[in-house]
Design a protein around this ligand. Sequence first.
Ligand SMILES: Nc1ncnc2c1ncn2[C@@H]1O[C@H](COP(=O)(O)OP(=O)(O)OP(=O)(O)O)[C@@H](O)[C@H]1O
Length: 300
Amino acid sequence: MEPLKLVNVVKQYGDKTAVNQISLEVGRGEIYGLLGANGAGKTTTMRMVLGLIYPDGGEILYNGKPYHAGLQQIMGYLPEERGLYPKIKVSEQIVYLARLRGMSQQDADKSLRYWLERFDVPEYYDKRIEELSKGNQQKMGFIAAIVHKPQIVILDEAFSGLDPVNVELLKATVKELRDEGTSILFSTHRMEHVEELCQRITILHKSNTVVQGNIRDIKSRYPREEVLLHTIGDVSGLDAIPGVTAVERIDRGYHIRIAAPETAQAILQKAMQETTVERFEIKEPTLNQIFIQEVGDSHE
Ligand SMILES: Nc1ncnc2c1ncn2[C@@H]1O[C@H](COP(=O)(O)OP(=O)(O)OP(=O)(O)O)[C@@H](O)[C@H]1O
């Protein structure tokens, strides 16, 4: 049974439909990508999953059951906007939050100290949130979301404001939680993170699901219109090959846009006649390109 399942979930704000019939399921040990332009309905969806707002239609099931008392103990949430109080000490508020979610004082304290050590900042235990940099506040928010070992974790732009070293640190932690069986609903605008972490995604656009499924399957549905060619010498007249729509000279070769798959073979043949080919690749579209194609021309 899936730990989290949404079936035709709808949310209205007056006349405005913020989320229209979204269905998805997050498996055990899965990081599921929830994507969409600004205003697409991601936060509204996450808030419904957390039980902070109620759906107007459809159902949300947690291990097969509708929302029920005690669920907060198995869920963790990192909101996009900082969720921690600036004036209160890290230890006081994270231990308090963990206790609200069913942990004993002693276990909460132990878990917090573990994570502070893991993130190499044990000294933050006694600091107030406002004393920390933006990125380190984000790290504390992340700890607050996972300190009570939840089964379902909802991460909204988890890596925003972090430097590259800390992005890697948190990414490794997210993968570790996945490997331990946690179900993670992961929302971000950073497509490279989605490509690295998620297998399945939903792209929302103006409240509707426009793309859904396994990233590999999704990519296979889009034409492969780019060729990467690395050669020792120059290749002449590439732009005269029928079906070639653009040729860009790049370091060690060419980046070529094509209109039909057979054009790629003609490019390879011509290149091999003229010089030594070091690399030839018909590139599949990136998630970024798919995203822009689906929602790009109409960001809110
Ligand atoms: N409390 C509310 N009252 C009225 N409309 C709302 C409310 N909350 C959200 N909306 C509207 O619902 C739509 C979806 O908003 P939502 O915050 O879920 O988008 P999002 O995908 O999270 O966007 P972002 O990437 O900017 O965070 C938007 O048009 C928004 O204006």
